[in-house]
Design a binder for this molecule. Structure first.
Ligand code: DTR
Ligand code: ZN
Ligand code: ZN
Length: 447
């Protein structure tokens, strides 16, 4: 919505909890509000992730293939091939300086293993987590499902070590056991994670089947910031992604999502068939499964599309670098608004307009944009507050006996960094003087 310049006014409302200090820049007049007059302060720019070597990623697949061949033809839960896979990945990570932990659990009468690797450094209260399941089905070596995701996460971790990358957030990686038995390993991990530890995980990225031979390019439609990070990456390659619709509950992100942790991930498809429109967009063969060897013995190193594996591996590294760098601005234009009219009783009780914010991570920004549109015939009568989900009120506008102009149509900038982002935010408006009337026209929060 563009406002007539005469009505635009920007004011910086600097607030400490409970105290209201309205600070106007010296000489602030009604000025054309610049598009980003109060855009969040310069964000920490993420260092560009390295381009992962496809040769290195495929070398891990070759190792997984050899491990299966040497251990009865698979890398399934409870079979020697899975433990040998864990030992292979762990050895690489130990040599690269990671702090590794092997978490054991029992499923179907057999011991299962989760391998967790922490990269020293970063804020212990801000963990960015990437994972993949390392087990296969008993039918075969499981190279696409899920050697592909395991190899990409491993190569991303090794790239962090090679770069000695020191992001603001703490990096954690995991290779889950017994996913094929029903997300058993990742469920065991999350269920045994103290609540305090859960709240520190600011994002979990899942990679399960990312090299399918007839590939699609799917992005999980869960946390919007994570989703946008992946979508923008592929858009930069000229690839239009689709949201992953069949994935809910079907891989290791599910226990994290159930615990309220923001999740995201990538997928190149399983037994579903590629449509003509998808083949037009992505190439490949329409009417054929994305992976004809899904859960079959033919899921070997020949069951990989190199281009898809390369692109998704690089997308994984990009997301880990970007989402761990620190405060990255949320996607511009993430607007939550309520445009329902709410009558403001003349010289009467306060009324509110509410917006439900969801899908955000952590706290609200220190420069939260609050759009206020109130139609009124004497705006000096009005007192306007922003009320956070926990009930904390931030004064946006006090009454004025001299401001006889019509309407309040402006954007305030509020330091709401002490508030949890998700929840119901309210605009509270009270007419404190008789005769003039009006209504709330719209209330917008732009993160
Ligand atoms: N459950 C995974 C394969 C799978 C099927 N649909 C999706 C969607 C999103 C991620 C993974 C999957 C497996 O068999 O390991
Ligand atoms: Zn599977
Ligand atoms: Zn899988």
């Amino acid at each position: 919505m563009s406002l007539p310049s005469s009505l635009r006014m920007s004011s910086t409302v600097a607030l400490a909890a409970g105290l209201v200090v309205t600070a106007f820049a010296p000489g602030v007049q009604a000025v054309p509000a610049l598009p980003d007059a109060h855009a969040p302060a310069a964000v920490t720019t993420a260092l560009a992730a390295p381009d992962l070597s496809l040769t290195n990623v495929k070398a891990h697949l070759t190792q997984f293939s050899k491990i299966a061949a040497d251990n009865g033809g698979n890398r399934a839960h409870g079979r020697p091939g899975h433990k040998a896979s864990v030992d292979y990945v762990k050895a690489k990570l130990d040599a690269a300086g990671f702090t590794t932990t092997v978490q054991q659990f029992t499923s179907n009468g057999a011991t299962g293993y989760n391998l967790i690797a922490d990269w020293p450094g970063g804020s212990p209260d801000q963990v960015l987590f990437a994972g993949a399941h390392l087990d296969s089905v008993t039918e075969g070596a499981g190279i696409n499902d899920n050697g592909s995701g395991s190899a990409a996460v491993l190569e991303t971790a090794l790239a962090v070590s090679r770069a000695q990358y020191k992001p603001a957030k703490h990096l954690r990686f995991a290779w889950w056991g017994a996913e094929e038995l029903g997300l058993v390993g990742s469920k065991h991990y999350v269920n045994n994670l103290p609540t305090t530890e859960r709240s520190k995980i600011k994002g979990y990225l899942n990679f399960d089947m990312i090299g399918s031979p007839n590939p699609g390019y799917f992005v999980y439609d869960d946390d919007p910031v994570i989703e946008k990070t992946f979508k923008d990456y592929f858009a930069g390659l000229g690839i239009q992604t689709e949201i992953e619709t069949e994935g809910d509950g079907r891989s290791d992100h599910a226990p994290f999502k159930s615990a309220g942790i923001p999740v995201g991930g990538l997928f190149t498809g399983a037994s579903s068939k590629k449509t003509a429109a998808q083949a037009q967009k992505w190439g490949g063969t329409s009417g054929q499964s994305f992976d004809r060897c899904y859960h079959s013995s033919c899921d070997t190193t020949a069951n990989i599309d190199d281009t898809a594996l390369d692109r998704n591996s690089d997308a994984a590294a990009h997301a880990v670098w970007t989402l761990s760098a620190g405060t990255t601005a949320p996607p511009a234009g993430t607007v939550f608004e309520n445009t329902a009219d709410v009558a403001v009783p003349d010289n009467g009780a306060a009324v509110t307009s509410a917006v439900d914010v969801s899908g955000r991570t952590g706290n609200a920004p220190a420069a939260l944009k609050v759009g206020v549109d109130i139609v009124h015939t004497y705006r000096g009568d009005l007192v306007v507050d922003l009320v956070a989900p926990d009930g904390t009120a931030y004064r946006l506008k006090d009454r004025s006996g001299t401001d006889s102009a019509d309407d309040v149509r402006t954007t305030y900038t509020v330091d709401a960094s002490g508030e949890t982002a998700n929840g119901t935010w309210k605009l509270k408006v009270q007419d404190t003087s008789a005769q003039d009337t009006g209504y709330i026209d719209a209330f917008r929060l732009t993160f």
